[in-house]
Design a protein around this ligand. Structure first.
Ligand code: HGY
Ligand code: MN
Ligand code: MN
Length: 426
């Protein structure tokens, strides 16, 4: 266990545990974006930010931002952040560890008496996980000018639009332009690896090389609800028959693309709703969402083309229609900034920590932040690589080591960074 870290591992751990405990008690660890629990977690974070001396605000894209001015404000901002919302039953460390890391780094800087030349911001991005409105990374899209009207019109099952939900959590969809930034000189994010590589190699941190591109597609099959006992097989319009064959096609085509070997490719159907969903009714309507990820957008185009054709064929075979085959979101793969990666690697070496380069199969706010600023990530090991499940776990020492690497990099970058891209203060 590393002991000479430049920050307080216990204080950092206490924050992670406290935030994780703000969860749906019957579905640990759940704090879905836009819910009362999420807002309770936000209020807890805002209080901690203020106690740490950060000037705190919610920007018009709904991001919680804490800020401490630097000695040379015209140098731009070094931002550290992640997200405090979770998937259902999964996010004990996913996102939280990154936001708590930023908070601890600010505290450690203050305790060291250091006042950086750059302004420091700690960001809790709104709704990084795919929200009930069907969109992920809502806040980081907003900060990078990638949150458009069509996205804001998305609705959750109860009918509320993302636009109204954004307003409800303190954002302002009519003034999103104010959230777009051009004054960030570097963005850094700590995250659990959500994979098994670091643990299996007994390494302390991963310096992320690239983040996969993610395409999410919604398909709806419309058939006819009918009596399960009296409707002959030949007369059915069974929406689930078409959906089930499409799910099988998603897996088959993804396995074929992954087997080609040059590029990373995975695809998942994690949402499948059946209506009216009763054992004695032929399913009348099905909705499924596909999550496809790759390092090569050409594979996405091939995958989507094949699934479009096959899902249409399965609809015809089941004598149902396919009223919706729509892209919900489509983010390209991004490379992390080489200079920031070098600073993170150096930080790990200075602390005597074992590190390796590692690609990310998970999506992150850093993927959007890379559109407006040099961005990079540090991964810390998580037990058996498990994530998006209640068993998700990262050790106290692992999180502290990863946070210390970012602390070291921030100190170094404060001296070495060029002016921010925009060169203008916020
Ligand atoms: O889905 C993801 O990759 C991330 O955990 N939001
Ligand atoms: Mn996640
Ligand atoms: Mn995450």
């Amino acid at each position: 266990m590393k002991t000479n870290l430049p920050l307080d591992a216990d204080r950092l751990w206490a924050d992670v545990m406290a935030l994780a405990d703000i969860t749906d008690p019957v579905r640990p660890y759940t704090r879905r974006s836009f819910t009362a629990l999420f807002l309770e977690g936000r209020a807890w974070l805002a209080q901690r930010f203020a106690e740490a001396g950060l000037v705190t605000r919610i920007d018009t894209a709904g991001n919680l931002i804490g800020r401490i001015e630097g000695n040379n404000p015209e140098l731009g901002v070094i931002a550290i952040g992640s997200h405090s919302d979770t998937v259902p039953s999964g996010g004990r460390f996913d996102g939280i560890a990154g936001v708590a890391t930023g908070l601890e780094i600010v505290r450690a800087l203050r305790q060291s008496g250091a006042r950086l030349d750059h302004t420091i911001e700690i960001i809790d991005f709104l709704a990084e996980e795919p929200s009930e409105y069907g969109l992920s990374c809502v806040g980081s899209r907003g900060m990078t000018g990638s949150l458009d009207g069509k996205m804001l019109d998305l609705t959750e099952p109860g009918g509320e639009t993302l636009r109204d939900a954004l307003r409800r959590v303190g954002g302002n969809p009519d003034r999103l332009i104010e959230a777009k930034r051009n004054d960030i000189s570097a963005f850094l994010e700590l995250h659990i690896e959500q994979g098994i590589v670091l643990e299996s190699r007994s390494l302390d941190v991963g310096v992320v090389t690239s983040i996969v591109g993610i395409r999410r597609i919604e398909i709806v099959f419309q058939g006819e609800a009918d009596h399960a006992g009296t409707t002959p097989m030949a007369l059915r319009h069974d929406a689930l028959a078409a959906a089930a064959n499409t799910v099988a096609a998603v897996r088959r085509v993804a396995e074929q693309l992954a087997a080609e070997g040059e590029n990373y490719f995975v695809a998942t159907v994690g949402i499948l709703t059946v209506e009216p969903s009763a054992s004695n009714i032929v399913p009348g309507r099905c909705r499924l969402v596909i999550d496809a990820r790759t390092t090569n957008p050409e594979l996405t185009a091939r995958f989507v083309g094949t699934i479009d054709l096959e899902s249409a064929a399965h609809a015809a075979a089941a004598k149902v229609t396919r009223p919706k085959f729509e892209t919900l979101s489509d983010g390209p793969p991004v490379a992390c900034d080489p200079d920031l990666r070098a600073a993170l690697r150096q930080g790990a070496h200075d602390l005597g920590l074992g590190e390796m380069d590692l690609p990310s199969g998970a999506g992150h706010d850093a993927a959007f932040m890379s559109r407006i600023a040099p961005s990079a990530m540090v991964f810390v090991p998580c037990r058996k690589g498990k994530s998006h499940a209640p068993e998700e776990w990262a050790d106290r020492e692992a999180i502290a080591a990863g946070a210390a690497v970012i602390y070291q990099a921030v100190r170094a970058l404060d001296q070495s960074l060029p002016r921010s891209r925009g060169g203008e203060a916020a």
